[in-house]
Design a protein around this ligand. Structure first.
Ligand SMILES: Nc1nc2c(c(=O)[nH]1)N[C@H]1C(S)=C(S)[C@@H](COP(=O)(O)O)O[C@H]1N2
Ligand SMILES: [Mo]
Length: 334
């Protein structure tokens, strides 16, 4: 993956304890009767006033979601500030710089959306935009996402476990893998226009999991973060979050989920097979050929200094997934 020196705008100190701000905002929303009422409510009144971007296209607006709060919140987990989560992104369809997607995805249109689940299933399923928020009970999960570039964030995701969606589609016994695909729309995603403007990746971006990995209770289809629908730069309207794997497995803006009997191709593996394997489990013992994976920089307050460098943990600390890889040589199956 490209390593770029951050722009000065990303380096500003941000000492706000976002946890407090987040909880306060929740209280306010509750007070207004927003949380727990409808499913989708506009949290930003700009829409109502007809505010549009400078080029006359409507700007993307996140909306408040109702969901079951994570019990983990009460333990005062130190979250990555929302401002960092939404401005430091890898989404090559919108540029290769960390601060590109927040700008380039500003007008991304997600409604209407169509997500299909098909392939080796008994009952193919299609979800439209509204279904993404209403077909399953939404819950909050506080997960760390660890990028292969050796930084990590702790994010209050909102979504539903992928296994609930798989259950609906009823995989056939011949299904062994799950293949995911991102939207292909070069009109909206400038990185898809020319091969090398999008980091040299082939588009659409594709990813894959073994069926048992996909069905693991930790594997989340996320439709929101920080209490609201996903901003486009984080993969609106729906993206995968697999917390024990390097970030690139967590494919954004998904339009297709297909059950197959063969190991699916994955975008980063196609680009550099010796650097990015299919499994991509977070593993401090196995270095990337070009850099160490032994430690990571926790993106918390945005400090310039490495006070936030911590040792990386096997499976990113989610050790309950270890049985999935029993008997497998994790240095070989990277
Ligand atoms: N379609 C698509 N999905 C993607 C990527 C991408 O470039 N395109 N980048 C991946 C990488 S490398 C990471 S680290 C995570 C980043 O997710 P975040 O920006 O929400 O933190 O998204 C992953 N999903
Ligand atoms: Mo990443």
């Amino acid at each position: 993956m490209l390593i770029r020196s951050p722009k000065s705008s990303q380096l500003s100190e941000n000492q706000v304890t976002d946890q407090k701000v987040y909880n306060n905002r929740r209280e306010i929303l509750k007070g207004l009767g927003y949380l727990g009422a409808g499913t989708l409510l506009t949290s930003n009144s700009a829409n109502a006033f007809g505010l549009f971007g400078s080029d006359d296209k409507p700007e993307f607006q996140t909306q408040a979601l109702s969901f079951k709060e994570s019990p983990q919140l009460k333990e005062q987990t130190i979250l990555t500030p929302e401002q960092k989560v939404t401005t430091h992104n890898n989404f090559y369809e919108f540029g290769t710089g960390k601060s590109d997607p927040v700008e380039a995805a500003k007008h991304f249109k997600v409604d209407p959306w169509k997500l299909t689940i098909d392939g080796l299933v008994e009952t193919p399923v299609t979800l439209g935009y509204e279904d993404l928020y209403s077909a399953f009970d939404l819950e909050e999960r506080i997960y760390r996402l660890r990028c292969v570039e050796a930084w990590s964030m702790v994010i209050p995701w909102i979504g539903f476990p992928l296994h609930k969606l798989l259950q609906k589609a009823k995989p056939l016994s011949s299904a062994k893998y799950v293949a995911f695909e991102t939207l292909y729309d070069p009109q909206q995603m400038p990185g898809q226009k020319r091969r090398f403007s999008g980091g040299g990746l082939d588009y659409p971006y594709v990813e894959g999991l073994r069926l048992d990995e996909a069905a693991h209770p930790l594997t989340l289809m996320s439709v929101g973060l920080y209490g609201k629908t996903l901003p486009p730069q984080n993969g609106a309207p729906i993206r995968l979050v697999v917390p024990w794997k390097y970030g690139f497995k967590s494919i954004k803006s998904v339009v297709s989920i297909r059950l197959t009997d063969k190991m699916p191709a994955t975008t980063w593996n196609r680009l550099a097979p010796s650097e990015y394997g299919f499994y991509a489990n977070v593993n401090p013992m196995v270095d990337h050929p070009r850099w160490s994976q032994a430690s990571e920089r926790k993106i918390t307050t945005g400090s310039l200094f490495n006070r936030n460098r911590v040792p990386t943990q096997l499976f990113n600390g989610y050790e309950e997934v270890a049985p999935l890889y029993k008997g497998m040589d994790l240095a070989r199956y990277i």
